[in-house]
Design a protein around this ligand. Structure first.
Ligand code: NDP
Length: 343
């Protein structure tokens, strides 16, 4: 029988960042491996998901979720293996999706845990295309964006798990799809592998003009992932009665104060008014009924099996690499869904 592990490594929030997280933000600690009590199980993290929302959890600010407390394990979804179990329905060797955070081991009573079976084919996909980001793209696009065949859909962070999925679904629905991404390599992937009609590099000097040229009939659905200059370039292209699902504004997550430059408030509100734009923010955990999740699972597993949706991961090795990888994610140095292979 294999020996019981003794050490649990975990990242706790040491200090709230003011701007991008730095070396003082998270602290690596070693503790004993907890023992599961009655009706509990011990989980060993295999893959940790890194997601932009984690930046917001580091702030002590009013939001849809409670911030991570100082000294608390950094929050996050993981794919884990059950290594000990006193809990009915879970046995050693099972794989699960759990919210046990940035650490090697965690005890769980099964709350919020989703079984993935004993031999899932691509276990980490439960953190991406088949999980929260994939569902976000599906529900936000189809239930709020409501794209119709022939319409133009624009989405930024187009090579990431949300944007890539938004664009591919929009193509399946018969839309013209224009992606926005950082750099030539990402743009080549977005058009070549993902099949978008065009992809514009937001770092290009003439970005706004290139976006306009790629959207000759204007924009009917702008799936908002990033805010900032992409939003400003989109505004003059929005068509009457266009829709804007507001999913994220990642270019602003590290702001310590108001951004520099002109006040874009009048352009934003004026466009919403004159173009009768339907703007709707959503948070995937509580914005849609369970039936939408069931639709997503059925459609997405079918599309993947038929080869109609492609998926790319950016895997970094080792829990200790997580803080740097998280900063890479916020700065666009990831290429695909950012996942840490922990065990
Ligand atoms: P990604 O893996 O796509 O990573 C974020 C990407 O944002 C970077 O790779 C980078 O791509 C892009 N980016 C960063 N800064 C800028 C900038 N200044 N201008 C333009 N692009 C920038 O992330 P996800 O797919 O996981 O998430 C995408 C968005 O969806 C985020 O805003 C996230 O918060 C949001 N989200 C919201 C949810 C909800 O419930 N509302 C749920 C899940 C995600 P590039 O190099 O191509 O610019």
């Amino acid at each position: 029988m294999s020996q019981r592990p003794e050490v649990n490594r975990r990242f706790v929030l040491a200090e709230r960042p003011n701007g991008p997280p730095d070396e003082n933000t998270l602290r690596l600690e070693e503790t004993g491996v907890p023992r599961p009590g009655d009706a509990q199980m011990l989980l060993r993290t295999e893959y940790l998901s890194l997601d932009p929302y984690m930046r917001g959890r580091m702030n002590d600010a009013k939001s849809y979720a409670t911030p991570v407390a100082i000294g608390e394990v950094m929050t996050g979804q993981v794919v884990a293996e059950v290594v000990e179990s006193n809990l009915d329905g879970f046995a050693p060797g099972d794989h699960v999706l759990a919210a046990s955070g940035w650490q090697d081991y965690a005890v769980s009573d099964g709350t919020g845990v989703m079984p993935l079976g004993t031999a899932p084919e691509n276990p980490s996909w439960a953190l991406g295309i088949l999980g929260m980001p994939g569902y976000t793209a599906y529900a936000g696009l189809l239930k709020i964006g409501r794209p119709k065949p022939g319409e133009t859909v624009v989405v930024a962070a187009a090579s990431g798990p949300v944007g890539a999925t938004v664009g591919q679904i929009a193509r399946l629905k018969g839309c013209r799809v224009v992606g926005v991404a950082g750099g030539a390599e990402k743009c080549a992937h977005v058009t070549g592998t993902l099949g978008f009609d065009a992809c514009i590099d937001h770092r290009a000097e003439d970005f706004a003009a290139r976006l306009a040229a790629a959207c000759p009939d204007g924009i009917d659905v702008y799936f908002e992932n990033v805010g900032g200059k992409v939003l400003y370039a989109v505004l003059p292209l929005l068509n009457p009665f266009s829709r804007m699902p507001v999913c994220g504004v990642v270019s602003w997550y590290n702001l310590a104060g108001l951004p520099e430059g002109p006040d874009h408030g009048p352009a934003i509100m004026g466009t919403i008014l004159r173009m009768k734009v339907k703007v709707e923010g959503f948070i995937i955990f509580d914005s849609f009924p369970q039936s939408v999740y069931e639709e997503f699972r059925a459609d997405m597993t079918g599309w993947i099996a038929e080869g109609r949706v492609q998926y790319k991961e950016h895997v970094v090795e080792g829990l200790e690499a997580a803080p740097a990888a998280f900063n890479d994610l916020l700065a666009g140095r990831n290429f695909g869904k950012m996942v840490v292979k922990v065990a």
